[in-house]
Design a binder for this molecule. Structure first.
Ligand SMILES: Cc1cc2nc3c(=O)[nH]c(=O)nc-3n(C[C@H](O)[C@H](O)[C@H](O)COP(=O)(O)OP(=O)(O)OC[C@H]3O[C@@H](n4cnc5c(N)ncnc54)[C@H](O)[C@@H]3O)c2cc1C
Length: 484
C-alpha cells in the first residue's frame, strides 16, 4: 500500500515534496494561507495574500540546479512556467563581452541556466501543476497547530482552529523560515540541534514594469549585480516585462536602512548606480510596487538527529524549516526542491524508519552543507567589510588586503576573461559543483595566478575589470542628504 504523507506548508519546498513523492505516495499539502487567485500572473502578484511566506514579493530566481532538475524530471512544468512568461537565461546569454565572440558551447553549460520570474509566478504555476497530480491534495486556509507523537514516531498533525487530527505514515515539515515544529518537538522533550549565523543585511526590493515599446538594456558588461561595501545591489529580470531591484543594506547602516524604505530614496540610490540606473530610468520603466523590506535574515541549520540518535521517526524537515540561507545567494528554492528529492531517495532506499532518518541526515549534509559552510564564511567577511566601510581610519590587515586583491585582481578578471574560470565559478554559484571545488583543480589555480600576475593596465585594456559599481559611501550619503 502506498504511504500517506502529510506536509505542513505548500511553499516551494512543500511543492517540491509533492513533485518528488506524488508519483508513488499519497501527499496532502496543508497551508495556512489562502489559495492562489483564479486569475493570471498579475492577479497573483497583486492579490495573493501570503502572510506565511513574507518573502513572496522579494526578488527571486531559480538557479541552474533547480532549472535543470525541472527540465530533466518535470519538463511539462518548465514549459508551463515559460508559457506563463518565465524566461530561461542561459550561460551564453550571461557571458561578459570579452568572452562572447569566441564562445563554443561545451557539455555542462546547459546546467547553468537561470529561470527569471517573479516568485508569485513561479509559485502560482508550480501550485497549479502540483494540484493536477493525481495523488496530491492541497488544503488551504488551514493552519497546522501541532504534531501528534507516539512511541517515538510522528503519527499526525493537529490542524485548523478546532485542532482536528489528521493521521499519516510520514510527516514533513515544510513550513518555512518561521517553523513552529522545533518548539513543538522540544515541548515533547525531544532535542532539535540548531546552528545560526547572521546574514548581516536587510533586504529591500522594488518591482518595475517596462514601458510599452521599451527594451531591456543591452548587456554591454555593466554589472547587473555588485557590492559597494555599504550596499549590495541586484537587478532581477522577471516575467511579462517585469523586473525588480534589490538593495541589501548592512544591518549596521542605521540611517541608510531606514531611508531606503522611502520610494524616492530607493530610486535615488538606483539612479546613482550604473547597473541599476539603466533599468530604472523613467524612460524605460515605471515602478510597479512599493518598497518591500525584510529583516531577521539569519542562516540556520537544524537537525533532529542528536549524537547519531534520531529524535523522532517518520518525521522530516525540508527547505527553510531545516536549512535557511542568506537570500543574497539565491539558493533557498533550489535547496528546498533538492532537499525534497533527497527525501524521496532516502524513503525509496529503505522502509526502516530508523535507517531512513539516519540516511536523510547524512544525505542532507552531503547535498547542502558545503554551500551552507561556504556562505557562512563569506557572510562573516562581508560583515567585517561593512564595519570597515564605516571607519575612515580603518587599516586593513595584510591578509584582508591579499584577499581583496585576489578577488578584485584575479577572480573577477578571470571570470570576465577566461571561459574555463567562468564555468568553474558558475558551477559553484548554480549549486552544480560544491563551492571551492575549483580551488582543488591545479589547472584552475594556475589560471587564477596567471590573471593575478597580469599587469593591471593589460587587464583594464582588455575589459577584464568591471566598470566601477557606483559611488563610494560618502558620495552616496551626501547625494541622499543623509548623515554619515
Ligand atoms: C528576501 C528573500 C529573497 C529570496 N530570494 C531567493 C532567490 O532569489 N532564489 C531562491 O532560490 N531563494 C530565495 N530566497 C529563499 C526562498 O524564499 C526560500 O528558501 C524558500 O521559499 C523556502 O521554501 P519553503 O517552502 O521552505 O518555505 P516558504 O516558501 O516560506 O513556504 C512555507 C509555507 O509554509 C506555510 N506555513 C507556515 N507555517 C504554517 C503552519 N503552521 N501551518 C500551515 N502552513 C504553514 C506558509 O504559509 C508557506 O506557504 C529568498 C528568501 C528571502 C527571505
Amino acid at each position: 500500500m502506498s504511504e500517506e504523507v502529510l506536509v505542513a506548508g505548500a511553499g516551494i519546498a512543500g511543492l517540491g515534496v509533492a513533485l518528488a513523492l506524488g508519483d508513488s505516495r499519497r501527499v496532502t499539502l496543508i497551508d495556512r494561507d489562502p489559495p492562489a487567485p483564479q486569475g493570471d500572473t498579475e492577479d497573483a502578484f497583486l492579490h495573493w495574500e501570503r502572510r506565511g511566506a513574507t518573502q513572496l514579493r522579494h526578488s527571486h530566481v531559480f538557479l541552474g540546479r533547480l532549472t535543470r532538475l525541472l527540465e530533466m524530471r518535470y519538463p511539462e512544468l518548465l514549459r508551463d512556467l515559460v508559457d506563463a512568461g518565465a524566461r530561461i537565461f542561459t550561460f551564453e546569454d550571461g557571458l561578459p563581452p570579452p568572452l562572447r565572440a569566441g564562445y563554443v558551447k561545451k557539455p555542462g553549460d546547459e546546467e547553468l541556466s537561470i529561470l527569471f520570474s517573479r516568485r508569485t509566478t513561479l509559485e502560482l504555476v508550480m501550485r497549479r501543476y502540483v494540484a493536477r497530480m493525481g495523488n496530491v491534495r492541497i488544503l488551504t486556509d488551514t493552519a497546522v497547530r501541532g504534531i501528534v507523537v507516539a512511541d517515538g514516531a510522528a503519527r499526525g498533525l493537529a490542524v485548523g482552529d478546532a485542532g482536528e487530527t489528521l493521521r499519516a505514515d510520514l510527516i514533513v515539515d515544510a513550513s518555512g523560515r518561521n517553523t513552529a515544529f522545533p518548539d513543538w518537538l522540544r515541548a515533547q522533550g525531544l532535542s532539535v540541534r540548531e546552528e545560526t549565523s547572521p546574514a548581516g543585511i536587510l533586504y529591500f526590493t522594488r518591482h518595475y514594469r517596462m514601458n510599452d515599446g521599451a527594451q531591456e538594456p543591452v548587456r554591454d558588461g555593466t554589472p547587473g549585480a555588485g557590492d559597494l561595501g555599504y550596499i549590495k545591489y541586484g537587478v532581477f529580470p522577471a516575467d511579462n516585462r517585469h523586473f525588480s531591484v534589490t538593495l541589501a543594506v548592512p544591518e549596521i547602516e542605521n540611517e541608510l536602512r531606514t531611508a531606503v524604505m522611502r520610494p524616492e530614496i530607493f530610486d535615488a540610490i538606483c539612479s546613482q548606480i550604473p547597473g541599476t540606473a539603466r533599468w530604472t530610468d523613467a524612460a524605460r520603466a515605471a515602478p510597479a510596487s512599493k518598497v518591500f523590506a525584510m529583516g531577521n535574515l539569519v542562516s540556520v541549520w537544524r537537525s533532529t538527529v542528536d549524537a547519531g540518535v534520531p529524535q523522532l521517526l517518520n518525521f522530516f524537515a525540508v527547505g527553510d524549516a531545516a536549512v535557511r540561507t542568506n537570500p543574497l545567494y539565491g539558493r533557498g528554492c533550489s535547496a528546498g526542491v533538492v532537499h525534497a528529492h533527497v527525501l524521496r531517495q532516502c524513503l525509496n532506499a529503505s522502509a526502516n524508519p530508523r535507517t531512513r532518518a539516519l540516511l536523510f541526515e547524512a544525505e542532507t549534509r552531503k547535498a547542502l552543507r558545503p554551500y551552507f559552510d561556504s556562505m557562512v564564511r563569506q557572510d562573516r567577511q562581508a560583515i567585517r567589510r561593512a564595519e570597515a566601510e564605516r571607519d575612515p581610519h580603518h587599516a586593513p590587515s595584510f591578509r584582508a588586503r591579499a584577499i581583496k586583491s585576489l578577488i578584485e585582481d584575479a577572480v573577477g578578471p578571470a571570470a570576465r576573461g577566461d571561459i574555463e574560470s567562468l564555468r568553474a565559478f558558475s558551477r559553484a554559484f548554480h549549486m552544480v559543483d560544491v563551492p571551492d571545488l575549483w580551488w582543488r583543480d591545479p589547472g584552475q589555480v594556475a589560471r587564477l595566478l596567471r590573471f593575478w600576475s597580469m599587469p593591471k593596465s593589460i587587464k583594464r585594456a582588455r575589459g577584464f575589470y568591471p566598470p566601477k559599481f557606483g559611488p563610494d559611501r560618502a558620495a552616496m550619503l551626501s547625494h541622499l542628504k543623509l548623515a554619515s
